[in-house]
Design a protein around this ligand. Sequence first.
Ligand SMILES: *Cc1c(COP(=O)(O)O)cnc(C)c1O
Length: 219
Amino acid sequence: MSIRENIKTLKESLTPEITLVAVSKTKPNENILEAYNSGHRVFGENKVQELVSKQEDLPKDIEWHMIGHLQRNKVKYIAPFVSLIHGVDSLKLLKEINKRAEQNNRTINCLLQVHIAEEDTKFGFSPEEIEDVLKGNDLAQMNNVNIVGLMGMATNTDNQEQVQREFIGLKHLFDDIASKQSSFSTLSMGMSGDYEIALAAGSNMIRVGSRIFGARNYS
Ligand SMILES: *Cc1c(COP(=O)(O)O)cnc(C)c1O
């Protein structure tokens, strides 16, 4: 199937409140344009350099999401245009995003990444830390970031019950915060291999790459 067909089929299976982030990392601009020309506008990248060069070359009405681990010294390159940063995993990073957003006279929407997987290689706050960040004085001083929700990645396992358990745990945390904080609207969870489980658990933003663009070649 073509990229155009993949994205059409996927979108038809989603209810309107679900946002599909088409993860185009490692894929050439022509692939992105194929999805773009079928009407899609939301794309995600995980490397700053790649994100910046694609943003420069591609149509300006694309909504670019930074989905990967973000280093503080690279925030400045994406601050002028990024529309959502999914992987905020430290207060220091959040402060840097706030500073660079202010320099660009804008507010940057962010998701706090929560560590839900068993593997300790995945970045993110613990659920307890999330509450601290949201209640803390530091955040109150930041006028140029908007925390709009949470992001999480489940353990990379064939054990579907475990994946489901991790997603449901994150959904509970999200609901708990959203009930107290009206700015909380976005729960980013689910990728090609597990987005159906994530949606059933209550995700409203999925990040899908290979299912749209085909397998990636890392050289
Ligand atoms: C690559 C990536 C995805 C998409 O992965 P697929 O399995 O190709 O859908 C989603 N989220 C993050 C953070 C990624 O780095």
